[in-house]
Write a protein that binds this ligand. Structure first.
Ligand code: DGY
Length: 321
């Protein structure tokens, strides 16, 4: 008998075919969002699950699924999973590190450029038929080249964002739990600074930290007030790292110049305050969303699940025994 697994969201056909070779798969190819009750019902007789950040795998769900042995997230972040509750039951938890780093760094750069050069605002102006001709002070933006980039969280993605900044001849400063050392810093021309210095000096503050109780509201009213009034905040990491209400207030009052956001505190619900602002570029959590990368993420999660279900050690276990 093959182990029984649930795939909670639509995945690419090749991923499904790979899973079906080794496992009995119930999949949600219609991609209808599963309520927590539905998730609990469907998972109650399963040995494993391939899930996404839209699924809350909490202690209550774990308790209701006595056969569950593996939770394989299609994401590098796994703040949707109660890892402690899983570990207590010796349930394997895996993520998808590595495969989405370059793609996410690209999106961060897309947000930086679009926000600095007011691209979405400019496009709306055209689409609304407001353009009557060239003039000198038209939609004045902010230069990205030679500006100071401040990266908060200098893991793999942070380092890739910094590498792209070399071409723009930016000054790169970063803050991290600890300095990375010259072997990593020198080729990136990046310098470790304290959080206060980063907030005070950076023209672009880019957040690249995972969400946890320690990083919740890392950027709130006080931190926004420490930034330059010309500065731009970019968050493609996790909603909740920024206090959205404080950011909306700061953007409205010109405390900072603008923000580029791919993630939100209560996503998919968007604080309507954002929609009323011109100085924010908004994206619906698409940081890793290219076909190649989303396929690689799903395949990585699938390999983790098959390994866990067939007695192998999954390559990307986040809660080692
Ligand atoms: C991740 O991998 O954590 C991303 O946010 C998913 O797109």
């Amino acid at each position: 008998m093959k182990p029984k697994v649930l795939v909670t969201r639509e995945v690419f056909d090749e991923v499904l075919a790979y899973l079906q070779e080794a496992l009995e798969v119930e999949s949600n190819q219609d991609d209808l969002a599963l309520s927590s009750e539905e998730l609990r019902r469907r998972l109650s007789d399963k040995d494993g699950v391939m899930c996404a950040l839209t699924d809350r795998i909490d202690a209550g769900l774990v308790a209701a699924c006595p056969r569950l042995k593996a939770v394989c997230n299609i994401a590098v972040g796994y703040n949707n999973i109660d890892v402690a509750a899983c570990s207590a039951r010796d349930i394997v938890v895996t993520n998808t590190p590595g495969v989405l780093d370059e793609t996410t760094a690209d999106l961060v750069w897309a947000l930086m450029l679009a926000t600095a050069r007011r691209l979405t605002e400019a496009e709306a102006y055209l689409r609304n038929g407001q353009w009557t001709g060239w003039y000198l002070k038209q939609i004045l933006g902010t230069d990205v080249h030679h500006a100071t980039l401040g990266i908060v969280g200098m893991g793999r993605i942070g380092q890739m964002i910094a590498r792209r900044a070399l071409g723009f001849e930016m000054e790169v400063i970063y803050h991290n739990r600890s300095p990375l050392g010259p072997a990593i810093e020198a080729p990136l021309k990046a310098r470790y600074v304290g959080m206060d210095e980063l907030l005070a000096r950076a023209d672009f503050v880019v957040l690249q930290v995972p969400y946890s109780s320690a990083t919740r509201h890392l950027i709130g009213a006080a931190e926004l007030a420490r930034m330059k009034s010309s500065a731009i905040l970019i968050n493609a990491a996790r909603g909740g790292v920024v206090d959205d209400a404080a950011l909306i207030d700061a953007l409205g009052r010109g405390v900072i110049r603008a923000a580029g956001l791919d993630v939100f505190e209560n996503e998919p619900k968007l604080d309507p305050g954002f929609l009323a602002l011109k100085n924010v570029v908004l994206a619906p959590h698409i940081g890793s969303s290219t076909r190649v990368t989303r396929l690689a993420m799903a395949m990585t999660a699938a390999r983790n699940l098959v390994a866990a279900m067939t007695g192998e050690i999954p390559p990307n276990r986040v809660n080692p025994k």
